[in-house]
Design a binder for this molecule. Structure first.
Ligand code: RP5
Length: 168
């Protein structure tokens, strides 16, 4: 696992089924980094490295990880399988591949059986996965929650500015 540089503990684990998912998944890392939250990134494949996947899921909480973001494409079993082996919240990112416009990835991730939730974002929605991870951490971290509220005020201001520009 590659860890980003920061003095605080690693709180978010960002994993993906293949390094080919990184161009999509990078947005999750950038969003988390925007809020100064430390994260780790790694390739963990449900199909090609099943034991590594189970080890990662089972050890993550003990290593101090609080939220896992898992991205995969095609027969995208990684987020669901990781969720089955950890008590941590798991956010799934459907990565679009060459065929089916990512619908295969979306349906593989979103249709979880009762009892094993995966918070699934939109196809390619890695940035929202990062922002959701920050919100989850913010529930018990007032400072982070404050930063998220500030971010939201920024979004609001952006829309108001665009509206004003349009009216001129
Ligand atoms: C999935 O298979 C990965 O998440 C990736 O989206 C897809 C293709 O992987 P590669 O063949 O590019 O390594 O498990």
């Amino acid at each position: 696992m590659d860890e980003n540089s920061s003095s605080k503990a690693v709180r978010v684990g960002i994993i993906m089924g293949s390094d080919s998912d990184w161009p999509v998944m990078e947005a999750a890392a950038l969003a988390v980094a925007e809020f100064g939250v430390r994260f780790e990134v790694g390739v963990v494949s449900a199909h090609r490295t099943p034991q590594r996947m189970l080890d990662y899921a089972r050890d993550a909480a003990d290593r101090g990880i609080e939220v896992i973001i898992a991205g995969a494409g095609g027969a995208a079993h990684l987020p669901g399988m990781v969720a089955s082996a950890t008590p941590l919240p798991v956010i799934g990112v459907p990565v679009p591949l060459k065929y089916l416009d990512g619908m295969d990835s979306l349906l593989s991730i979103v249709q979880m059986p009762a009892g094993v939730p995966v918070a699934t974002v939109s196809i390619g929605g890695a940035r929202n996965a990062g922002l959701l991870a920050v919100r989850i951490l913010g529930a018990a971290d007032p400072q982070l929650r404050g930063r998220m509220a500030e971010f939201q005020r920024g979004l609001e201001q952006m829309v108001l500015d665009k509206d004003e520009a349009l009216r001129r």
